[in-house]
Design a protein around this ligand. Structure first.
Ligand code: NAD
Length: 259
């Protein structure tokens, strides 16, 4: 099956960082289902996800590239490969982060190496992606950048200090960047998920044990959340339906955070 031209993102190309696993994999599949051609960028190999998309939507619908968002040479290579393959970049999803592998701990127990790693991937990573991808959007005079935040920022979730700080930085990044890139027709927004039961998240039983029940009880909609719950908001922020929306954080958490 190939894309129908009526699809909301027909003709668009997207990079999803961290797009091979966890929630990012769902973003990759959803963008392709909406008609976009997708570059799956991850430190993990995304070729199986690309093959799954190609089988459904045609050989040209997806490709993958193993890359590390915290490393500038790697980001440059990823950008060059995406341009070579697709000729343009309309959508950037800054989703890669150190999250599911992080063990919660007290504020004074974070070793500097872990702290720096979280900042390098979660903060420098999105910046390096924008640094190298946005110039192509500027040339085109349009683009959509979606930074993935976290509901933990609004709630001040304890025992995840460097993570919450790094995700707070996404709100600031989005706001400043939207002002710089608005003149070029580029929208910059944060998609802010609440606690999501992703397959990778479920592998870290400590997160699940500490969060699942209290989070469910804190919501207006008293149920667990899954990657599928985020996809409508993601496609909205990538599509022309959100063309006058920029600098915002769209919180998708079942009504848990009081932002
Ligand atoms: N799961 C949740 O409850 C939740 C809630 C709010 C926000 N988020 C955010 O959503 C995003 C995805 O979360 P997830 O639950 O799928 O977590 P995850 O830890 O499973 O996903 C991270 C993805 O990024 C990749 N990655 C890690 N380091 C990388 C690097 N240096 N370069 C490139 N790729 C790298 C991983 O291989 C993985 O595919 C993250 O930004 C996370 O902070 C998750």
């Amino acid at each position: 099956m190939t894309h129908s031209t009526g699809a909301r993102l027909a003709g668009k190309t997207a990079i999803v960082t961290g797009g091979a696993k966890g929630i990012g994999k769902h973003y990759s599949l959803a963008l392709a289902a909406a008609g976009a051609r997708v570059m799956i960028a991850d430190i993990a190999d995304g070729k199986d996800v690309a093959a799954e998309i190609a089988a459904q939507h045609g050989a040209d619908a997806a490709t993958s590239f193993v890359s590390d968002v915290s490393d500038e040479d790697s980001v440059k290579a990823l950008t060059a490969e995406t341009m070579a393959r697709f000729g343009k970049i309309d959508i950037l999803i800054n989703n890669a982060a150190v999250y599911s592998t992080l063990k919660p701990r007290a504020y004074n127990e974070w070793d500097i190496e872990t702290w720096d790693k979280v900042m390098a991937v979660n903060v420098r990573g999105p910046y390096l992606m924008v640094r190298h991808v946005a110039p192509h959007m500027v040339k085109a005079g349009s683009g959509k950048i979606i930074n993935i935040g976290s509901g933990t920022v609004y709630k001040g979730v304890p025992r995840m200090l460097p993570y919450v700080l790094s995700k707070g930085a996404m709100l600031a990044f989005t706001r400043s960047l939207s002002r710089e890139l608005g003149a070029h027709g580029i929208a910059v927004n944060t998609l802010t998920p609440g606690f999501i039961l992703s397959d990778t998240g479920l592998e870290n039983s400590q997160h699940v044990e500490e969060e699942r029940i209290p989070v469910r009880n804190s919501r207006a909609f008293k149920r667990d959340a899954y990657p599928e719950d985020l996809l409508g908001a993601l496609i909205f922020l990538c599509s022309s339906d959100s063309d006058f929306v920029t600098g915002q954080s769209l919180v998708v958490d079942g009504g848990s955070a009081n932002n």
